[in-house]
Design a protein around this ligand. Structure first.
Ligand SMILES: NC(=O)c1ccc[n+]([C@@H]2O[C@H](COP(=O)([O-])OP(=O)(O)OC[C@H]3O[C@@H](n4cnc5c(N)ncnc54)[C@H](O)[C@@H]3O)[C@@H](O)[C@H]2O)c1
Length: 310
């Protein structure tokens, strides 16, 4: 049994991670300022004796005694991280400094939830961890992309300078129950629109591709990384390497919901990548990890969640 801190534990991924860690019997401390997360996501855990919730903003220092830290705190979708871009950068950068400082003080192992956005609009496909990315430092997405890149820099400097036990995972598009319904992300958008019988909004011509990882698979990968041997720092890509175009995704959502929705086409947002696909060879080689849940099954579970929460 370990004492584990999950920052951003009230969010989509964080709440699933807390579920799993609590079920394994660990002593879990969930820290969240509930900017995008929700108490509803973790309400069922409050009665568990090995779960504790603290409202706290990671841009301020935190003094607790823990063995492991999963640092997930950060708004993850453009509509949320662009709402207050300065705070987004602070959350990534000051949040990383505070959590790394804590890890150093209590000699904890620390994992950073980084993102495929560190690759920006990639010119290399699929993206391997050795690719340095193609990121606009001054655009509307930069607060998130560059904040996460700087957080990675801090992790690796703490590792080089202070011998901290660090783990960095680069998460690609993940979906599943407890996604924020209004986060503007493509999976939640399509499902919400289909369930309401509205037309489905496609950016550009819908030929741009994404890969979608089901949340349970992602959490498996994240926990495997935390448990991997100390010398393995990452960064390691976690995501599903199967690509689907936006049009294919929309068609599947329409089939599974039985909606009669049509398509409406709107212009692509600025700096929106044409293609995004992880190379997950490193994760599969070092962690023995691969995503297992097919898109069809993951969508079915997500649609069931959205139906029940409407
Ligand atoms: N979901 C994905 O597809 C995806 C992809 C790449 C990376 N990630 C990363 O994974 C992490 C979790 O993402 P998610 O999808 O669960 O998003 P989310 O918005 O549901 O969760 C983020 C959580 O962090 C909390 N938070 C935000 N700022 C905070 C602060 N200053 N102090 C304390 N808590 C704060 C929010 O309230 C929320 O509960 C994020 O760091 C995100 O960048 C997610």
């Amino acid at each position: 049994m370990r004492r584990i801190l999950v920052t951003g534990g009230g969010g989509f991924l964080g709440s699933h991670l807390c579920d799993r860690l609590v079920a394994q019997g660990h002593d879990v401390l969930c820290v969240d300022n509930f900017f995008t997360g929700s108490k509803k996501n973790i309400a069922h855990l409050l009665r568990e004796p090995n779960f504790e919730l603290m409202r706290h903003d990671v841009t301020f220092p935190l003094y607790v005694e823990v063995d492991e830290i999963y640092n997930l705190a950060c708004p993850a979708s453009p509509v949320h991280y662009q709402f207050d871009p300065v705070q987004t950068t602070k959350t990534s950068v000051h949040g990383a400094i505070n959590m790394l400082g804590l890890a150093k003080r209590v000699k904890a192992k620390i994992l950073q939830a980084s993102t495929s956005e560190v690759y920006g609009d990639p010119v290399v496909h699929p993206q391997q961890e050795g690719y340095w990315g193609n990121v606009n430092p001054i655009g509307p997405r930069s607060c998130y992309d560059e904040g996460k890149r700087c957080a990675e820099t801090l992790f690796f400097d703490y590792w080089r300078q202070h011998n901290l036990r660090i783990k960095v995972v680069r998460i690609f598009n993940t979906y599943g129950p407890r996604m924020h319904p209004n986060d503007g992300r493509v999976v939640s958008n399509f499902i919400r629109q289909a369930l309401r019988g509205e037309d489905i909004t496609i950016c550009g011509d819908g030929s741009q591709t994404r890969s979608f990882c089901y949340v349970d698979d992602l959490i498996d990968g994240m926990m495997a990384m935390m448990d991997a041997k100390d010398g393995f720092t990452g960064p390691v890509n976690l995501g599903n390497d199967q690509e689907f175009s936006m049009l294919e995704l929309a068609e599947r959502v329409i089939n599974l919901t039985g909606a009669g929705s049509k398509f409406t086409f709107i212009p692509l947002p600025e700096n929106d990548p044409q293609q995004r696909q992880p190379d997950i060879a490193l994760a599969s080689r070092t962690l023995g990890w691969r995503p297992m849940v097919p898109l069809e099954e993951g969508l079915r579970r997500t649609i069931a969640y959205f139906k029940s929460s409407f």
